[in-house]
Ligand binder design. Structure first.
Ligand SMILES: Nc1ncnc2c1ncn2[C@@H]1O[C@H](COP(=O)(O)OP(=O)(O)O)[C@@H](O)[C@H]1O
Ligand SMILES: [Mg+2]
Length: 376
């Protein structure tokens, strides 16, 4: 590989930094038939970790069969069925006996087959007469997994998307079906924290208290620092300790942004990297992303944009309604601030994190935060 710092997808264990503890936990949960809810901020490494887990299960020769399905693009139960069927088809090759059996079952569900124009991979379509048929199809797909000889691990990424489905009550439906399964364990993964928490820890929701929670924090500084140094050194590049520290500080060790910055620095046609080289790359990344930032600005009101600037300048805000904060950035009355902040959270532009000690708010896109900090 030309550049060992991957910021798009999973490229194998050697390009994956740490997460040893979380990986071991996920593996143990899978082995012990425990369903898991994996929640973390966007771009922290949830999807990567799921792929790392699938890779690990394969490399230790585990009997568990992992299946990954991303439901981000689905808008209703019919699309969920299609996406799930396609994922299962992908996991069991058509020529294998399981694959053949799956195709047999699918035929009973009246599918048509096609090819996804974007990816070129096989795709399944169902035709339904009514809502009950859609529900039966979902049940049939899960039953198929239940009947496998091997235990199955079904990882559903962007799970909070089920909340966007209209009036289909898929959450309750899934809960009912899942409760009956013994051979299938789940990872429910998502980044909209308030939605995920509501699905899994609200007593009035069907999934209440049914899963083990696992969160992903930033990778520890020592671990990430060693990894960065190791990758540069392996590529014949020398990097100063201060340069590594600067990379981690500027990108806050938020995985995607740290990887993206490392990638940029690694691409420099130099063999010695100091702090100036790192700072140069930070500026390059902000410049490259500027068109997106200006688009955000267009989508927001002047007040919302001002609030973004205030959050960026502060870095992290614990008390967004405190008089000092509202005054300093000329935000306006508490009610106004409350509305602005809620809109920004709903648009995923601001991230709200609640820990045992406190709740804090920050600009979700780290590059945008650094840019606002610099420009205003
Ligand atoms: N532990 C890791 N080591 C190296 N790169 C990682 C790691 N975790 C994630 N990444 C990189 O960061 C990017 C964003 O992570 P991703 O798993 O897509 O985040 P999320 O699913 O939480 O939004 C990934 O494309 C991957 O390349
Ligand atoms: Mg993801």
């Amino acid at each position: 590989m030309d550049n060992p710092f991957v910021f798009n997808g999973y490229a194998g264990a050697e390009y994956f930094c740490d997460r040893e503890k979380e990986l071991a936990e996920l593996q143990r949960f899978a082995e012990n038939n425990v369903n898991v809810t994996l929640i973390a901020q966007r771009r922290m490494g949830k999807t990567g970790l799921i792929f790392r887990l699938m890779d690990e299960l394969a490399s230790v020769g585990s009997e568990i069969k992992p299946i990954y399905v991303d439901i981000f693009a689905t808008r209703n139960l019919a699309e969920l069925n299609r996406t799930l069927a396609t994922a299962i088809l992908k996991a069991f090759p058509e020529e294998s006996s399981v694959g053949k059996r799956f195709l047999g079952i699918l035929k009973g569900l009246r599918p048509s087959f096609g090819v996804d124009p974007l990816s070129g991979s096989p795709q399944v379509q169902f035709t339904y007469q009514n809502q009950t048929e859609k529900e039966h199809t979902l049940e049939g797909l899960l039953d198929f997994l239940e009947q496998q000889q091997q235990p199955v691990l079904l990882a559903i990424d962007e799970f909070q998307q089920v909340r966007e489905y209209d009036n289909e009550n898929v959450e309750a439906l899934l809960r009912t079906y899942i409760q009956r399964l013994h051979n299938v364990r789940f990872i429910f993964c998502g980044s909209r924290k308030h939605l995920m928490t509501d699905i899994f820890s609200n007593p009035s929701r069907p999934f209440f208290a049914s899963t083990q929670f696992l969160g992903l924090e930033t990778i520890a500084a020592e671990s990430y620092g060693n990894y960065i140094t190791k990758m540069f050194t392996a590529g014949g590049k020398e990097i100063d300790a201060e340069a590594v520290a600067q990379i981690m500080q500027w990108s806050r060790r938020h995985t995607y942004y740290t990887q993206r910055l490392c990638h940029e620095v690694y691409d420099l046609p130099v063999n010695h990297i100091g702090i100036d080289e790192v700072n140069g790359c930070c500026n390059t990344l902000l410049r490259l992303n500027e068109p997106y930032f200006l688009q955000y600005k267009q989508l927001l009101t002047a007040g919302q944009w001002n609030f973004m600037i205030a959050l960026a300048k502060e870095g992290i805000v614990e008390q967004p309604y405190a008089t000092a904060f509202l005054k300093k950035y000329d935000v306006g009355a508490t009610a106004v601030a409350r509305r602005q902040l809620q809109t920004l959270i709903d648009k995923d532009l601001v991230f709200a994190e609640t820990t045992k000690e406190k709740t804090y708010y920050a600009v979700a896109d780290l590059f945008l935060m650094r840019w606002l900090e610099k420009e205003y």
